[in-house]
Design a protein around this ligand. Structure first.
Ligand code: NAP
Length: 290
């Protein structure tokens, strides 16, 4: 398959590049500054030139807290631009794949969220991503993949904890009253390709197996790194972040399992692979040069 990927230098875009190549797919990636998805003409030209089977939109305004004070810009990227991509995908006869988020839910559920549960975002980011889902639904052929708590190459929770440990932190204060599904960008990329190969459409939840609070996630990162730091749970109120977040945004991935016939691995296993990949990269960087 020929894949046209926007936001190609983000966590998921980069993971998709490697995974697509390994799976024998052609990957055409674009990101800022060469392609801004809010520039409808540039997007139309780039997609027309690429003639893809699928347009995979990994581009997004992902700064959840900053979006509270910048909702118009976040909406242009996460909402308006996606409706534009839907039109362009239709013109190219391509499937549109839109990546969405657990933050479209309000966290009031007592069981994992299914695809047809009513969304009710609490934050500006969540509202703009829901607008993106509505935009993607305008495409004749669309697949909306909701994922959560992504970690890959780039700015993410694993990297943030690692950075604090490297700086010598002996105590980490981490929110303990929000639960979700940590998900490895590499596993999500593989899952996307399997969904494409299976001809999936509509909304599908894709997360690594299991669930955790941010506190439990941090404890596991510290444990796997063999670090000595103490992790202390704090409340959402204590963290005082600008954007409200769902207290519970665990996604039910049984539709994904039904389509591809397997679950993604547990998030702890995914974390171990992520940390091992980083270790390998550091070893290569540290090799003496002749
Ligand atoms: N990260 C998470 O925890 C998480 C959780 C659930 C869902 N998601 C969704 O998963 C998808 C991938 O997330 P990610 O973590 O890979 O995001 P990311 O690492 O922040 O990557 C997003 C990429 O999009 C680019 N971008 C931003 N505005 C753009 C524009 N106007 N035109 C073109 N490119 C633009 C960014 O460039 P700059 O870096 O230069 O801005 C960046 O390279 C997004 O749809 C996100 O909403 C993420």
């Amino acid at each position: 398959m020929r894949l046209f990927v926007t936001g190609s230098r983000g966590q998921l875009g980069r993971a998709l590049q490697r995974t697509a190549a390994a799976g024998g797919h052609e990957y055409i990636g674009r990101d800022l500054p060469e392609l801004d998805i809010t520039d409808a003409t540039a997007v139309r030209d780039a997609v027309a030139e690429a003639r893809p089977d699928a347009v995979i939109n990994c581009a997004a305004y992902t700064a959840v807290d900053a979006a509270e004070a910048d909702e118009a810009r976040a909406l242009a990227v996460n909402g308006g631009a996606v409706a534009g991509l839907a039109a362009v995908a239709d013109e190219a006869g391509a499937l549109l794949v839109q990546i969405s988020t657990d933050f479209v839910f309000d966290g009031a559920s007592k069981r994992p969220y299914r695809e047809d549960d009513p969304p009710h975002p609490l934050s500006a980011y969540g509202r703009t991503k829901l607008a993106g889902e509505r935009g993607a639904e305008l495409a004749r052929r669309h697949l909306i993949v909701r994922t959560a708590w992504l970690f890959g190459d780039g700015a993410n929770f694993v990297e943030a904890i690692h950075r604090q440990l490297d700086a010598g932190a002996s105590e980490l204060r981490v929110v303990g009253d929000q639960r979700g599904c940590p998900t490895y960008a590499v596993d999500l990329a593989g899952a996307l390709l399997r969904l494409l190969e299976a001809g999936a459409s509509g909304v599908v939840h894709v997360v690594n197996q299991g669930q955790a609070s941010w506190f439990e996630f941090a404890v596991e990162i510290v444990r796997q790194l063999g670090a000595a730091a103490e992790v202390v749970p704090i409340s959402t109120a204590d963290a005082a972040r600008p954007a409200p977040r769902p207290a519970y945004s665990v996604l039910d991935a049984s539709r994904f399992r039904g389509i591809v016939g397997a679950d993604l691995p547990p998030w702890q296993d995914a974390l171990a692979r992520r940390l091992a990949a980083e270790e390998r990269a550091n070893n290569v960087d540290g090799c003496p040069v002749d």
